[in-house]
Write a protein that binds this ligand. Sequence first.
Ligand code: MG
Length: 389
Amino acid sequence: MNITDVKAIPLVRSLDETFFGGTYRITSRNTLVTEVWTDNGVVGQAFGGDEWRYQTEIVRVIEEKFKPLLIGEDVRDVEKLWDRMFYCELDLENRSIHTLDLANKAVQMQAISGVDIALWDALGKSLNTPVYKLLGGFRDEVPVVAIGGYYAKDKGDRELIAEMVGYQEMGLTGVKMKVGRVEVAEDVRRVQIVRKATGPDFVIACDANQAWTPDEAIEFCHRVADLNIRWLEEPVQWYDQLHGLRRVRQAGKIPVSAGQGEISRFGCRDLILSEAVDILNVDVTIAGGITEWRKIAAMAGMLDISMGHHEEPQVAIHLLASVANGLYVEIFPDRDRDPMWYELPVQQPVIRDGYMKVPYESGLGIALNHEVISKYFVNPSEVHNPQVS
Ligand SMILES: [Mg+2]
C-alpha cells in the first residue's frame, strides 16, 4: 500500500447563471481533483473545494512540496503523513507578521485537505471498506437538506414558494435558505411565506453568510421565533465571530451554526470554547481533510456540539454518517448551481424519503468521469475568475 504518485488537477466550469447569497455572488464552480496512486494498483481519488484565487498555489504545494514527502510511504499512516504535510517548510514567504500571511496557511491547509481525502479513499479501496465504516459507521443514511432560497432578479414570492415546494416534492428533509441580503423585515417575511407553504414539519434553516450585526441577527431571531427555525448559520459579520455569535446564540434562542471558514481544529476549538456555536459546519475540503475532521468531531461531541458540513456532499455524507453527533448533508438541487456534483461522479447517491444512502462501495464510493475531468481541466497558471463578493 505504498504511494507511487500524487496528482492535483484543477477544474473550472462557468455557471449558466449568477447566484446571489447574503454577501456574495457566484459565477463559476471550481474544484480540485486529487489523486494518490499506490503500488497495489489502487488510485485514491477525491474532489472538493471551490477555489479560484489560490488554486494555482494549492496545486503547486501538492505537486512540488507534498508529493516528494509522500512517495514510498504507506497510505495506512494517515496521521504520520498529515503531520509531515502540516509541519513541512513550504517556502510561501510567510512572514508571520500580518494577517495577509495567513492566506499562505489557508493554501497549505486546503492542499493538505485534498491529499488527505484522496489518502482516505485509497485506504478504503485498499481495505475494501467504505470510508464511513473506517471512521466508525454510526448510520447508513443521512437526512438531506437543499441549499437554496437564493436572491435573484425578478424572483418574487411565487417563484420562491415554487422552489421550496419543489424541494419537498423531491423528497428532501428541508432547506437551508439564504437571508441577509435585504432588510431584516423583508427576510422575516420571506421565511414566513416559506414556512406557510411547506407546513410545520419541513426543516428550515437560515444562512446569513455573515451579513448582520449581532443586534440585527437577534432581531431576526425574535421575529421568526414561532417559525421553528432549525438553525441560523453565520449570522454575524466576519470581525465579530466569537463575541457576536455568542450574543446571538444566547439572546436569539435559535441554534447557531458557524465554522465553514475555519482552516484547522484550533479555530474550531475556539468557537466551541467561546460558546459561540451549537453546530460546527467546518468544511473538510478547507480545514485539513478527514484526519483533521475526525479530531474536530470528537472534540465537538465531548462538548455537546453537533457537526454539520458546508456543502461537498461527496465527502460529507461519509463524515456525517460516521459519528453520533452528525446532522444533515447539504446538496444543491439546482444543477446549475453545482454542476460538478452532478457531472463529475459517474453515479449519483440514492436519495429517498429525505435521506441519502451512504455509498457502500469501498473508499468514498464515487468513481469520477474522466471525460468531465478532461473537459474542465485548466492549466493551473490560467485559473482566473473575476467574481467578486
Ligand atoms: Mg453557509
